[in-house]
Design a binder for this molecule. Structure first.
Ligand code: TXA
Ligand code: MG
Length: 345
């Protein structure tokens, strides 16, 4: 199959209408959202959903998120909108947050991987919203990467992974946030964050007295409630070690570890802040931005993880961040990309 890569300039674009029709007809279209690029198909069409799993090489027990553009669509796909969900929608939607609710009967089994709940999100991106409108159906969309690889934040990264596996890639430029949406389970007494993202625990605590975090987000050997969170994920092609702890000691500690590996004859890549990059001045370095600017780090982190794919390195040393605010999302992705292989300093 030939994959079209098309720049979208406005929501009236003919290509965008064609993409909507393609989804209606059961095809697969990758599109930008404010978080990462999604691989979209008709969320009410069992065959389209199965084709999403095939295109990504994704395990079938890892359910999909349905993307909607209005409340009317929401009421078709869930059996109940809990008060908790209403509160979240009022405060944060459209935006980088996904809510888990009991599903309605019209959802194909392939979409939920057999669960009786459904993940729903209303993206804050004009192209995504227009695509849902033209397709006139909730769009099932996992991140548009080959399963296990870092999520794509540009159309070019999507094309690299999924070329010849899907019908179209809509290029809407780089994504704003760069990490996937926060997932919140809205079926229990208190909200539980199943995956951290740009809507932070602190932001949720402004509207709820208690917010829980699924233990699997911060620990290795725990079975997560979001099935997808159990897989080694977001990973670069070579091994990565996460260096975490005191920021003031980062430069000297990373320098020491770098020299140790170089003495063993290994070629080392560094995924670090501007501050550490400037200090160490090492050849194979991807700098993810200032350690003072977590939003920038979030938007760069997946490009950083992909950067070393075509570089000649044997191992990557990655600098950790704080786990406050969106730092929790960054650290969660870095822990998973490294397979929970950390050095604490
Ligand atoms: O920002 C995002 O959410 C992006 C963009 C494209 O919207 N999408 C995304 O989808 O990250 P994906 O498929 O890569 O991640 C979906 C996550 C998986 O970890 C999956 O296990 C979880 O959502 N999930 C889906 N349905 C669920 C459910 N009913 N209960 C618990 N977790 C669920
Ligand atoms: Mg994903």
């Amino acid at each position: 199959m030939e994959t079209e890569l098309i720049k979208i300039n406005s929501i009236d674009d003919e290509a965008l209408k064609r993409a909507g029709q393609c989804i209606k007809d059961g095809g697969l279209v990758a599109f930008p959202t404010e978080t990462v690029y999604g691989l979209g198909g008709d969320g009410l069409n069992e065959v389209a959903a199965k084709n999403i799993y095939l295109a990504k090489g994704r395990p079938s027990d890892n359910p999909l998120i349905l993307h909607i553009n209005d409340q009317k669509m929401l009421s078709r796909i869930v059996s109940e909108v809990t008060p908790m969900a209403k509160k979240i929608m009022t405060a944060f939607c459209p935006g980088p947050i996904t809510i888990i609710l009991p599903k309605s009967d019209i959802i194909p089994k392939a979409v939920t991987g057999g669960l009786d709940t459904i993940a729903v999100r209303m993206p804050d991106n004009d192209i995504a919203r227009a695509l849902i409108k033209y397709a006139d159906t909730p769009i099932a969309a996992p991140s548009a990467n080959i399963s296990g690889r870092p999520s794509p934040t540009t159309a070019q990264a999507v094309y690299k992974d999924l070329q010849s596996r899907i019908d179209m890639v809509l290029d809407g430029g780089a994504c704003q946030f760069g990490v996937e949406s926060t997932i919140v389970d809205c079926t229990e007494d208190v909200p539980i964050i199943l995956r951290p993202g740009a809507i932070t625990k602190e932001m949720l605590e402004e509207i709820f007295p208690v917010v829980k975090i699924d233990k699997a987000i911060v620990g290795a050997n725990v079975v997560p409630k979001a099935p997808g969170m159990k897989y080694k994920h977001y990973a670069p092609k070579v091994d990565m070690i996460l260096i975490e702890g005191d920021n003031k000691k980062m430069s000297s500690s990373i320098k020491e570890i770098l020299h140790k590996y170089e003495n063993e004859g290994k070629k080392v890549g560094l995924l670090v802040s501007d501050e550490v990059a400037n200090e160490l001045n090492h050849q194979n370095t991807f700098s993810y931005g200032s350690q003072e600017n977590l939003a920038q780090i979030a938007s760069e982190i997946y490009e950083g993880l992909r950067y070393f794919d075509d570089k000649d390195v044997d191992i990557i040393l990655a600098q950790g961040t704080t786990d406050k605010g969106i730092g929790l999302a960054i650290m969660n992705r870095l822990h998973k990309a490294s397979g929970f292989n950390s050095i604490f300093i």
